[in-house]
Write a protein that binds this ligand. Structure first.
Ligand code: MG
Length: 159
């Protein structure tokens, strides 16, 4: 059994859709990035890659690569899931926290879990998503950015 950790942060800007965990969230601003900038999915990709000893998302999907401009991060997550399984690993569980001042995500968390689980071909119960504010502190507290942490357990055992 192995554990991986992932962290990501993206800037909130006008004129972009807000996509978190593959779900479009109604909000006046969205995250800036080369792909759809889905910070939660990026953190999960990094946790899975870390657990499998496969480096990080930037190594597999460079942001200089035009193939990934504007791409759905679910496409990247699917590739990460395939890569992990090709390496002989299964995914145990994933736990993640999104850190954002607004909007409230509680009503969308189940949809995010189901979306991510479906892409990774996992039962929804293996993915747990949480959200918290930054208590108004720092760039996240001022609503300038959204960050996410994720932890993943992978291994070659049976769960
Ligand atoms: Mg990112």
């Amino acid at each position: 059994m192995r554990v991986g950790i992932g962290y990501d942060i993206h800037r909130l800007v006008e004129g972009r859709k807000l996509i978190l965990g593959g779900v479009e969230i109604e909000f006046p601003r969205g995250l800036l990035g080369h792909s759809d900038a889905d910070v939660l999915t990026h953190a999960i990709c990094d946790a899975l890659l870390g657990g499998a000893g496969e480096g990080d998302i930037g190594r597999h999907f460079p942001d200089r690569d035009e193939r990934y401009r504007g791409v759905s991060s679910l496409t990247l997550l699917k590739k990460v899931g395939d890569l992990i399984r090709a390496g002989g690993f299964q995914i145990g569980n994933i736990d993640a926290t999104v850190i954002l001042q607004e909007p409230k995500l509680a009503s969308r968390v189940a949809q995010m879990e189901a979306t991510l689980a479906s892409v990774l071909m996992l039962p929804a119960g293996k993915i747990n998503i949480k959200a918290t504010t930054n208590e108004g502190l720092g760039e996240i507290g001022r609503g300038e950015a959204i960050a996410a942490w994720a932890v993943a357990v992978v291994g070659n055992g049976e769960w």
